[in-house]
Design a protein around this ligand. Structure first.
Ligand SMILES: NC(=O)c1ccc[n+]([C@@H]2O[C@H](COP(=O)([O-])OP(=O)(O)OC[C@H]3O[C@@H](n4cnc5c(N)ncnc54)[C@H](OP(=O)(O)O)[C@@H]3O)[C@@H](O)[C@H]2O)c1
Length: 426
């Protein structure tokens, strides 16, 4: 099923784990080289979000690892993480539906930004103090990460750590689909679902770098004003309207490119909406996810309704059907090249990640809930820095439509708590 980024992340060596303890203040990590014998004996605490098993929010735990002094290999750097991105894929990871994540216990996280604290031998183009972005299949939701220097990308001066953490997965995915696979060109039309989410906003912004591209975007109604301002030409409320009919009313012949992160019957609808010579790219299966816990019925329904075609039918339809999965892209140069292109677009002011909200590591359940409950407009960010007691989560105002849903969710949580107490008594 779903997505994301290549090469396994190396973790600094870990000596012990203490689950859910308040973290001690982290002492300074090594500044230059990591190999002096005295330094080898030193350990320091490192906060990390660890998936401890598959299931609901409670399976992701904040742990404080006691790390030994990282021994950097040649070509590696040590990064102190300042901000991490939350991706839809991590909701799938938590439910055990993401095949690229190693089995729990495992530190989660596919992207982050931070400051280089130490460099290994043979690293010539990065130095201590550089602000960088990095990505991997897992292991990024941690205060300190060891990565290959080639996998770090210097952040433009004006870019915040939150923006840096929001960029890699969403924008690499959007860029590669639009420009490498679908070859979007002036005058074309694109349909993107989940248009107010991380990838959706990246797709919209990148479409605007090409002249006269029409963007159809499905999203909850409360988000339409924001996504229209962001460049979606025709926002469509998929919850109350048949988006196929809505698109046909505006463009009877359909669209040139459909980007489908939903799967199941939506892939069939996407295929039907394509103009001749159009391209459908399937890149997710969000329809499998209906809430906190795995939903076997939704999975079965999505699987049962998936698009099924013979090559003869495909030939006769004059349409292209593609699949995209960033996690299976092993061409490091392609990733690097695209990252540098994206950073250049950022510096030119052509793209800018929209940050929906920031949560501290200890609030990871709330961050995931925000995405499950479809409240986010843009990227949800996780911050390793401990939460100060009085601080409230920083987020854009709640979309009105979801307020009721949130209240319903609170009620639901109360019910769940009651059930748990009852079960314990029994
Ligand atoms: N293949 C790849 O390499 C790759 C890489 C990145 C992402 N993806 C896929 O792209 C999609 C978007 O990912 P993202 O990280 O950018 O997330 P996101 O779009 O920020 O996801 C949350 C938003 O999606 C909408 N949504 C639609 N169906 C949903 C569902 N079943 N559960 C929760 N929200 C749902 C909601 O907005 P509305 O209510 O407004 O619709 C929600 O606010 C996902 O399917 C993901 O798996 C694939």
């Amino acid at each position: 099923m779903s997505e994301e980024a290549p090469t396994q992340q190396q973790q600094p060596p870990e000596q012990e784990k203490k689950a859910d303890e308040p973290p001690p203040a982290a002492p300074d990590a090594p500044q230059e080289s990591c190999s002096s014998p005295a330094a080898e004996e030193k350990t320091f605490p490192c906060r990390a979000l660890v998936l401890t098993g598959y299931g609901g929010y409670d399976k992701v735990k904040l742990q404080v690892k006691a790390l030994s002094q990282p021994q950097l290999q040649a070509g590696e750097v040590l990064v102190r993480v300042k901000a991490c991105g939350l991706n839809f894929a991590e909701l799938l990871c938590r439910q055990g539906l993401y095949e690229l994540l190693p089995a729990p216990p495992v530190t989660m996280g596919m992207e982050c930004s931070g400051i280089i604290e130490a460099v290994g031998e043979e690293v010539t183009d990065r130095k201590v103090g550089d602000r960088v972005i990095t990505l991997g299949k897992s292991g990024m939701w941690q205060e300190l990460v060891v990565v290959s220097a080639d996998r770090t990308f210097p952040m433009p001066e004006q870019m915040s750590f939150e923006e840096g953490a929001a960029l890699p997965v969403n924008y690499l995915t959007a860029y590669m689909m639009l420009f490498e696979m679908a070859s979007v060109r002036p005058g074309k039309s694109v349909l993107i679902h989940m248009a107010a989410g991380g990838v959706g906003i990246a797709v919209t912004q990148l479409c605007q770098t090409v002249q006269d591209v029409t963007v159809f975007g499905t999203a909850s109604a409360s988000k339409h004003e924001t996504i229209a301002q962001g460049g979606v030409t025709h926002p469509i409320d998929y919850r109350t309207k048949d988006y196929v009919e809505e698109i046909r009313k505006i463009s009877p012949k359909g669209v040139d490119i459909v980007l489908d992160p939903l799967g199941g019957s939506d892939t069939q609808k996407g295929f039907s909406l394509l103009k001749p010579l159009g391209t459908l790219i399937v890149f997710g299966a969000a329809n499998c996810v209906t809430g906190q816990k795995k939903n076997l019925l939704a999975m079965a329904k999505t699987w049962y309704n998936q698009l099924s075609l013979t090559t003869l039918k495909l030939m006769q339809s004059n349409k292209a059907v593609c699949g995209f999965h960033l996690g299976y892209i092993s061409d490091e140069q392609l990733i690097s090249r695209t990252m540098f292109t994206l950073l250049e677009l950022y510096s030119q002011g052509k793209i800018k990640p929209r940050i929906d909200s920031c949560y501290h590591f200890e609030e990871v359940a709330d961050a995931m809930r925000r995405m499950h409950e479809r409240q986010n407009i843009g990227k949800v960010i996780l911050l390793p820095e401990p939460k100060k007691v009085e601080e409230k989560p920083k987020s854009n105002p709640e979309p009105e439509e979801n307020v009721e849903k949130t209240e319903a969710a609170v009620d639901e949580k109360k019910e769940e708590a009651k059930e748990e107490v009852k079960a314990e008594k029994d």
